[in-house]
Design a protein. Structure first.
Length: 262
């Protein structure tokens, strides 16, 4: 499949990624008809369209309720800034891809996130830098999403918080210097595989019934390990409110950090 460019092209550089069969809308740059705000371009899309964003700082809250691709020109210089008061990106529909951005500076308190995914399935979040927020990525009632190849660091709360979200794949990310690396709340059948989970105040935590299992495997945890990595959390039996200590296990922790190359 190939992208069919819209009238709003850039005279310096065009998007040539073979991502979607729909049209492409451009934000920033110097092309005639390009948008200045990401949200304005998103509002003019249909399912399967692509919004390509040229490098720059975009101080706005972006909400996506369509199945589109949101692509940044360069993840280090294409910045969505939450202005210290709201989520930077909200996903409210399914089958969206977000790649190539720095997503930063949302509120440092509460459940405000760089990327908030609510009631939204089958999205792909890849090759982004998500930093300096209360939460990096927040999922609520959202299933079968892929989170891969991101740098998620220096967030006040969790790098990733999953609340009642199942069947998600978290792989090949650098998760560092957050309060929590990954926090699972009543979420199961998630795969946490081959990430560098390092230098967080608490690398992982969970509250789950014991039968709701998640797969932790081959992650790198701060240092080389020969023995399985025990992950401490809490569990509840039969819906009782009282929580008791419980463990999950990464049976094959990595002996050296991955060269993820994001």
């Amino acid at each position: 499949m190939s992208i069919s460019p819209s009238v709003a092209v850039n005279t310096v550089k065009k998007c040539s990624m073979p991502i979607s069969s729909g049209k492409t809308l451009y934000v920033g740059g110097d092309g005639p008809g390009n948008y200045t705000r990401i949200q304005d371009a998103i509002d003019d899309t249909n399912d399967n369209d692509t919004v390509f964003v040229f490098k720059g700082i975009y101080n706005e809250e972006v909400s996506i309720s369509k199945s589109i691709n949101l692509i940044g020109e360069d993840k280090e210089t294409t910045i969505i800034d939450g202005n210290k008061k709201y989520n930077a990106v909200n996903l409210l529909d399914s089958k969206t891809m977000i790649t190539g951005f720095t997503i930063q500076n949302c509120s440092k308190s509460g459940f405000i996130a760089g990327i908030s995914i609510i009631n939204s399935d089958n999205n792909t979040i890849t090759a982004n830098i998500i930093t300096n927020n209360a939460l990096g990525i927040y999922l609520e009632y959202s299933n079968n999403n892929i989170i891969t190849g991101n740098i998620i660091s220096n967030n006040n709360g969790s790098s990733l918080f999953l609340g009642v979200s199942n069947g998600n794949t978290i792989t090949g990310n650098i998760i560092s210097n957050n309060y929590y690396g990954i926090y699972l709340f009543w979420s199961y059948n998630n795969t946490i595989l081959k990430n560098n989970i390092i230098f967080n105040k608490r690398n992982a935590d969970f509250i789950n019934p014991p039968s709701w299992l998640n797969q932790w495997d081959q992650n790198y945890w701060n240092r080389p390990r020969l023995l399985p990595k025990i992950i401490f959390g809490r569990t509840s039996w039969l819906g009782l409110l009282e929580l008791i200590p419980w463990i999950n296990i990464d049976w094959h922790p990595a002996r050296q950090p991955y060269d993820i190359g994001v």
